[in-house]
Ligand binder design. Structure first.
Ligand code: PLP
Length: 402
């Protein structure tokens, strides 16, 4: 066959998923559950504000299915950019910030990487250790050949390794691209404080490093959509040029609609047209132009104060449930007397939840209790419900004490 040289590439998340499907135990539980939010019944949740916006889109007879412009639906990209940076942002006011619609956050990262490598000849990029598993792949496939890590998490202190992080950034070559999680770092759920962000920005300015933010969980760190934009806004207010990959998968629950935007901030409005023209070329060579349905929904919400307020309420609902489950799980583990400091669970933000289980303990959790977690010992807090929290805590307790 033409394909006879092709080897199977194994991906642990998919293997775990297949194993879960094959398990016939009636109380099996998948805590690695992809990346999606679940309600307290363990079911996917369509945000009520999204339902409202979808109805409006469905009933709008002026809409058609013509191609969108290559760089996307302008009312969406403009609103998303303004929402991220704030309408008082100088870059917005001076018209030197714009957005490129993308196939959600993953593709916003890829578009940015393509631009940096193809147009600017950049090769070196830094990502946090640990980070979301796709960063390296997206940037390498985007033409940036030299992947390097900066320290982020200390297993010893179960906290940010701030000194390590600064040291690694300080020794990065000028012009390197640094991927920064804007909030709710995936997978540690641990963000720098506002003061630490200022120091990171200071080092990056001094060393001439380019910030490439990734904001996939805006609203999930503090429950407040705007507060979670702190880091990006800080860099923008300090006069940085930057990219920021925005995803609306999680905060709008629009996972399969692939709604994203690459925010571009330049320091000179005269550069907007040339930069846009290069992005146009990149998009044409990749998928020609983006899809419209999800972007229309997001655009309705971002451009309507009433709907926007409802969105903030819906985000708070998700945030509050995740926070409550963190409290319940920690409480249950402490009540059982499970060994260890469980305060990490309530200190973490976003979706990731750290149990401290080793790889072999995770295996026991799967084999004996039919509870599926990734081998890092981290799982998705959204999969925890009032109905299963005690069961999960007892299983973790058993694994730690037997
Ligand atoms: N960035 C981070 C850190 C993520 O965790 C994810 C998804 O899990 C993404 C980006 C991109 O998600 P999507 O492509 O669905 O927007």
């Amino acid at each position: 066959s033409f394909f006879s040289e092709v080897k199977t590439h194994s991906i642990d998340v998919f293997e775990l998923f297949m194993r879960f499907h094959r398990d016939t135990h009636e109380n099996k539980l998948n805590l690695a559950i992809g990346v999606a939010y679940r309600d307290d019944s363990g079911l996917p949740w369509t945000l009520p504000v999204v339902r409202t916006a979808e109805q409006t889109v469905a009933e709008d007879e002026n809409l058609d299915n013509e191609y969108l412009p290559v760089l996307g639906l302008e009312e969406f990209t403009t609103a998303a950019t303004r929402w991220l940076l704030g309408s008082d942002s100088i870059a917005v006011v001076e018209k030197r910030a714009f957005g490129v619609q993308s196939i959600s956050g993953a593709n916003a990262l890829r578009l940015g990487a393509e631009f940096l490598s193809q147009v600017l000849g950049k090769t070196v990029f830094y990502y946090s250790n640990p980070t979301w598993r796709s960063h390296e792949l997206l940037f390498k496939n985007g033409g940036m050949a030299e992947a390097r890590q900066y320290r982020y998490w200390s297993e010893k202190t179960k906290n940010l390794d701030f000194d390590g992080l600064l040291e690694d950034l300080e020794s990065a070559p000028r012009g390197s691209v640094v991927i920064l999680h804007a909030c709710a770092q995936n997978p540690t759920g641990c963000d720098p404080t506002e003061d630490q962000w200022r120091r990171i920005a200071g080092v990056m300015r001094e060393k001439g490093l380019f910030p490439f933010f990734d904001t996939a969980l805006q609203g999930f760190a503090s429950g407040d959509l705007v507060r979670d934009a702190f880091a990006v806004r800080l860099f923008e207010r300090m006069g940085f040029e930057l990219f920021c990959a925005q995803s609306f998968s999680k905060n709008l629950g629009l996972y399969n609609e692939r709604v994203g935007n690459l925010v571009v901030v330049l320091n000179d409005p005269k550069l907007v047209d040339p930069v846009k023209s290069q992005f146009t070329l990149i998009v044409r060579g990749m998928y020609s132009n983006p899809p419209s349905h999800g972007a229309r929904i997001a655009s309705y919400i971002l451009n309507n104060t009433n709907l926007y307020d409802k969105w903030q309420d819906n985000v708070l609902t998700m945030f509050t449930r995740m926070k409550e489950m963190r409290g319940s799980l920690r409480g249950a583990l402490e009540q059982l007397g499970a060994p260890g400091d469980w305060s990490l669970i309530t200190r973490q933000v976003g979706m990731a939840c750290d149990t401290g289980l080793t790889e072999s303990q995770c295996e026991v959790l799967i084999e004996r209790h039919h509870i599926y977690v990734l081998k890092s010992g981290r799982f998705n807090i959204c999969a925890v419900t009032s109905a299963n929290v005690d069961l999960i805590a007892k299983a973790i307790y058993d694994v730690f004490t037997s």
